[in-house]
Ligand binder design. Sequence first.
Ligand code: SAM
Ligand code: FES
Length: 350
Amino acid sequence: MTDAQPILARALRREELSKADITSLLCMQEPAPLFAAADRVRREFVGDEVYLRALIEFSNYCKNDCLYCGIRRSNPKADRYRLTPEKIIETARNAAGLGYKTVVLQSGEDLWFDTDKLCRIIREIKKLNVAVTLSIGEKTREEYAVYRRAGADRYLLRIETTDKALYEKLDPGMSWDNRARCLYDLKELGYEVGSGSLVGLPGQTLESLADDLLFFKNLPVDMAGIGPFIPHPQTPLAAETAQGHFELSLKMMAVMRLLLPDINIPATTAMETLHPQGRLLALKCGANVVMPNATQGDARVKYELYPGKICTGDAPEQCRGCIQRKIESIGRTVCGSYGFHGDYLKEKQN
Ligand code: SAM
Ligand code: FES
């Protein structure tokens, strides 16, 4: 195996890393030096403050059938719900009252929410003086433009994997090129763009994960959400394992931090399903964002992408308090600003 130390030294000198270099970092047997390097770069480029984003899971209806996803349309056991526009706005108001400066609206691809409904929701939420992030899947360029004009600031759309054949096998009926097209359109329309990967998909290789990281670097993304794949019992991938996905996701986040030092990297919620300190460990390996669940009531349980989702019985208030205590327990602080990409460096220069 290649010695990873010289690669890390080059990364810290801000030299380009090749696909082979990245793959070597991802296969490190003793990744502590990689994590330490990512933590150092994180502190230098985005500081010790953690940005919080309030996640509102507003519908689990989906027209798609991704083989890994618990709310895929072919799961008859998914208990379907959709919040009314009024309830979504009220939930956002509650989140703003808890001090969140960003609201993330996430759902399956639910066509009940047409452009008019979505724009009304966005406009109302923008009156709360928060940034609005959408995570509602693949749309036309024109739809993205309309949401942007209504006030949406950011968009999250994971590419899931850059292995096109694997993507199209796991996401039947969908086109990888269209997903990539969405990301380029969003970028051109002036959104802050978040993408990301599912780590540990059956058939995924370390080389293809290295390609994912280079894809994010080339776009370039403003945020990269790296999440472990956790098999859901009511999906065709039920028999797969989540073994090894936690550590590999930490490595992905760490290398991402080295490649794009000033972007936002969330400590993804699924990490805490696999490890009780999952989000804190991610924050120590390059991450600087947390997206606590701000959804109210039983929708929290019903939005079940994977089993073992955390905090399903808690109220948004509890999650807000809990995450603040956790963040402070590792000597970090919660940031009170909007947390756009590059804010920390801009403030440091002033
Ligand atoms: N429909 C939107 C979209 O496609 O971007 C947003 C909702 S989708 C459920 C959000 C993310 O959940 C996906 O991008 C995927 O990476 C993640 N996800 C789905 N199934 C998962 C699983 N079994 N384990 C971990 N993450 C999963
Ligand atoms: Fe649509 Fe998962 S299959 S959100």
